[in-house]
Design a protein around this ligand. Structure first.
Ligand SMILES: [Mg+2]
Length: 492
């Protein structure tokens, strides 16, 4: 199928959730039919990608060149992390040598993970440690995109709202969400320094009014009738913002709400929740409420004359899920539940409570188109800001066009599906490569993944070799991993 036909089909996808009411030019998660890229197994297989684009710009000396004189300066890579670069605490053999190699060639790449709950810098430090890299190497930093990173680009008016935030460590999530940007006076150093400080300030998370489930059970001891784990999991809490109360409402059906009643505007499931019971209770309470006021119950709920039988039709908060991964690969020999499993549990309870109504939510992370948009923009803007790279423009954040991006992942449902379905407006082609080191395993029952990649390879090193060969670069695994990567074919 041609790319145009594929993209046309993608645009016709049916969204399972309603369009966003308020925000931030965000794109909702959409169920889709699987893309139809050719399924190629191994490094030497043929594929629809064998017809390389002929409009590649001429390469400069810093870039490996294809034999026909084309360049790979307009290709880039997006790496998933868990199951691709490391598995549990162990780096995938060859991964750090491969990264040094492509970095030494000034190739563009980002790390696009559905992981979250930490700051991007902390994830970068973790990746550096697990891969055996040193902190002073410019191989990882400023390239990590977590599931919730796109929230940095949300509109300021949304960030001023009151949000409920939960995740594996809600207090940690709140501290990150509160992030106020760089501290200290902005002393003139140079243009690049000032530019980065301003960018960092504008792209901070900046949610000033974030509430956690722990805040709520400390504010109202009757809200949750079971063990509240106040001395352990939920020991950290803060007073509700702006002097609001979690006990102001006593009549759930009254539409005359006290001025100090707590209202939540957005619900952010930051990453894998720990206390599913409490979180589902609190999220349910807000989704059945009148305009997000805690402790109320909307009179529209169950009204069959309204869309979705009246559920989530009364100004309730938007529900944001940071990723949809049902499972992920950790150190245990079997896949473990992820944020997507929590969502399925919430859907089940919601279906039972509402007699079958749809749970309306927004999804970030892979395979969300918004997340791929964010990564694509980062890759486009990346070249001129690379430290140690070519900065003939003085490091300005110019747009450097892309022709093709290779997404290397281990999860067909997120990494592969997202790349297959993503059609950026500039016409760049996103190509998916599946590795065997992570979530997906070929079994008797599943000989092929549901969402088919352009290639299936043994590991991330083979993935890069496959991609470069697809671009016509004469390279093999040994050459790619050679110290200093001096064996790369520079001249074709
Ligand atoms: Mg993964």
């Amino acid at each position: 199928m041609s790319r145009v036909a594929l993209c046309t089909r993608r645009l016709g996808l049916t969204a399972t959730t309603k369009p966003p009411r308020r925000p931030p030019s965000l794109i909702r998660h959409a169920e889709s039919r699987q893309a139809s890229q050719a399924h190629v197994r191994g490094l030497h297989s043929t594929s629809y990608l064998s017809q390389r684009s002929s409009h590649a710009p001429k390469g400069d000396a810093a870039w490996p060149s294809a034999p026909d004189g084309g360049s790979v300066s307009d290709i880039a890579f997006a790496f998933d992390i868990d199951g691709v670069l490391y598995r549990g605490g162990q780096g995938i053999p060859g991964a750090h040598e491969m990264l040094r190699s492509i970095r030494s060639k000034n190739m563009r790449y980002v790390f696009l993970t559905n992981g979250g709950g930490a700051h991007e810098d902390a994830k970068a430090a973790s990746l550096i440690k697990r891969l055996g890299l040193s902190l002073d190497e410019d191989v990882i930093r400023d390239r990590v995109i977590l599931s919730h990173t796109p929230m940095r680009g949300w509109a300021r008016e949304v960030k001023k709202q009151t949000v409920l935030i939960t995740g594996s460590h809600p207090e940690t999530a709140r501290k990150i969400a509160n992030e106020s940007g760089p501290r200290g006076p902005l002393r003139p150093k140079n243009g690049l320094y000032i530019f980065r400080r301003l960018t960092s300030f504008l792209l901070r998370y900046g949610f000033d009014r974030a509430v956690t489930p722990a805040d709520l059970i400390h504010a109202n001891g009757h809200l949750y009738p079971f063990d509240k784990l106040k001395d352990t999991l939920h020991s950290e809490f803060r007073p509700l913002p702006d002097g609001k109360s979690a006990s102001a409402v006593t009549d759930p059906y009254s539409t005359s709400v006290a001025g100090n009643a707590l209202r939540i505007d957005q619900i952010l499931v930051w990453n894998d929740p720990r206390d599913w019971s409490l979180d589902i209770q609190v999220i349910h309470d807000l989704l059945v409420s009148h305009k997000g006021y805690l402790g109320t119950f909307s009179s529209r709920n169950g009204n069959r004359t309204l869309p979705n039988n009246g559920w989530q039709q009364d100004g309730q908060p938007e529900l944001w899920i940071s990723n949809l991964d049902l499972v992920w690969k950790a150190e245990y020999h079997m896949n473990r539940f992820g944020t997507g499993a929590f969502l399925e549990a919430l859907k089940g309870v919601w279906r039972a409570v509402t007699n079958g109504a749809e749970l309306q939510y927004n999804a970030l992370g892979k395979p969300s188109q918004f997340t791929y948009d964010y990564a694509h923009t980062r890759l486009l803007q990346y070249y001129s800001t690379m430290e140690g790279g070519k900065q003939a423009d003085g490091g300005r954040k110019d747009i450097a066009p892309l022709r093709r991006v290779y997404m290397i992942g281990d999860n067909p449902e997120s990494d592969i599906r997202g790349a297959n379905e993503y059609c950026p407006e500039d016409g760049t082609e996103w190509v998916s490569i599946l590795v065997r080191t992570g979530v997906w395993t070929e079994t008797e029952a599943e000989r092929e993944p549901r969402y088919k990649p352009a290639a299936i390879v043994d590991d991330v090193v083979d993935g890069i070799v496959w991609a470069l060969r697809n671009e016509g670069v004469d390279i093999d695994r040994k050459t790619l991993l050679a110290p200093g990567a001096g064996g790369w074919n520079e001249g074709g």
